[in-house]
Design a protein around this ligand. Structure first.
Ligand code: XIL
Length: 391
């Protein structure tokens, strides 16, 4: 059964309001016009990624959604053919007020920690799905999608894996078995997986990890192939931070995807983590124009774009008005850049409230990075996102 407010990918299973129908028609015409312009050699920002819903029904613009409440960000995102998401962690399930806010505001969730190796695969022979399963059940009951996070990373791995001193072939088998087990457990339910997380250094070289140290960069391909084999319906993403800035790291991610596309290695999307910091002079976040051209650069490879872990930290306490203004501008710019690029279909913030955010403990002296304060009140950043989504 499809719950009320459900997002479906059929593009036809839910009745459309006249307003939705009109918008859908306009979107079809817009798509058609862009296709014609592209076919005639005219200028279009995205010659490769603009597809009709018949060609690619997995695009967010093709889903049919009846949002439950018209005041949440998910309403405005849905109207724009986008998902608005959040990461869930310890606060999920603790109070009904928090959970109600999540279902009102968001149409997509990510487990901040519950699907990492350390949590989900605590001993070599044991998998522990309960916490992530509860999040998935919540998502399904509230017409939301879930992103899976993450299958191959350097951090938050269990001791048995880190200290196992496994020979390379055994380690490759462990990676494949883990991906196969987890994706089989969630088969057909997870919208997109962050298959490999943070594989590159700032200078563009492959980061030294438990995986690359033993298997070289080939572990990335191994992971993506194992993921496609286990759940062919899940979208497969490469996810990393600081890809929002032009330079060596962004270039390496670009080359990785270009190579995978050329050789037929499965990959469907790129995740821009988007963990930003506002400096004392208000700088720190690329302009909307720069973010837009970065997203277009990757869209031209034919992959989807998700903003996967968005937060914008400022100095705490005592951020000046200039810094707070830069922060709301940053939210506006990143969401606006996503809305400007058809291939960008999801914006996920890394937590709901400033108090649960990972920022204060990870970046001492910084905080206040999200859309709601600890009392669940909306902040100016919320308004900036709503406005950028066209609300
Ligand atoms: C963070 C979590 O939010 C914290 O609770 C945890 O202690 C450390 O990891 N990049 C990622 C995320 O891909 O998984 C990280 O999440 C933040 C950085």
């Amino acid at each position: 059964m499809v719950p009320s407010g459900a997002i479906t990918h059929t593009g036809r299973s839910q009745p459309l309001s006249p307003l939705h129908s009109m918008r859908a028609t306009l979107r079809c015409w817009a798509t058609l016009c862009m296709t014609i312009v592209a076919a005639c050699g005219g200028a279009t920002s995205e010659p490769v990624s603009v597809k009709t819903c018949a060609q690619d029904p997995t695009q967010a613009k093709c889903v049919t959604v009846t949002p439950q409440v018209d005041s949440g960000l998910r309403f405005y995102a849905t109207r724009n053919g986008r998902y608005m998401g959040t990461a869930l962690d310890a606060a999920f399930g603790a109070t009904s007020a928090y959970d109600a806010l999540v279902s009102r505001e968001f149409s997509l969730i990510t487990a901040a920690n519950a699907q990492k190796w350390q949590t989900i695969h605590p001993s070599r022979a044991t998998y522990s799905y309960a916490r992530a399963d509860a999040m998935l059940a919540f998502a399904q009951a509230n017409g939301m999608k879930m992103r899976g996070h993450t299958l191959a990373w350097q951090n938050q791995n269990p001791a048995w894996l880190i200290n196992g001193a496994f020979p390379a072939d055994t380690l490759a088998q462990i990676l494949k078995d883990h991906i196969s087990a987890v994706l089989t457990h969630y088969k057909g339910t997870i919208y997109a997986w962050d298959v490999v997380n943070e594989a590159f250094n700032a200078n563009g070289t492959i980061a030294a990890t438990i995986w690359s140290n033993a298997l070289g960069r080939g572990y990335i391909e191994t992971a993506f192939r194992a993921a496609r084999a286990a759940d062919p319906a899940a979208l497969l993403f490469y996810n990393d931070y600081n890809l929002e800035y032009t330079g060596a790291k962004q270039d390496s991610a670009f080359v990785l995807i270009q190579d995978f596309k050329a050789r037929g290695v499965p990959i469907d999307g790129i995740g821009f983590q988007a963990h930003f910091q506002i400096n004392a002079d208000g700088t720190g976040v690329p302009s909307k124009a720069s973010l837009t051209s970065t997203f277009q650069r990757f869209a031209a490879l034919g992959v989807k774009i998700h903003i996967t872990e968005l937060d914008v930290r400022v100095r705490t306490p005592g951020a000046a008005q200039l810094e707070l203004t830069a922060q709301t501008q940053a939210y506006s710019d990143i969401v606006g850049a996503c809305v400007a690029v058809p291939a960008c279909e999801a914006i996920v913030v890394w937590g709901v409230t400033d108090t649960e955010s990972w920022v204060p403990s990870t970046f001492p002296g910084y905080g206040s990075a999200l859309l709601f304060d600890g009392g669940l009140s909306k902040k100016p950043t919320w308004t900036a996102v709503k406005t950028a989504l066209g609300g």
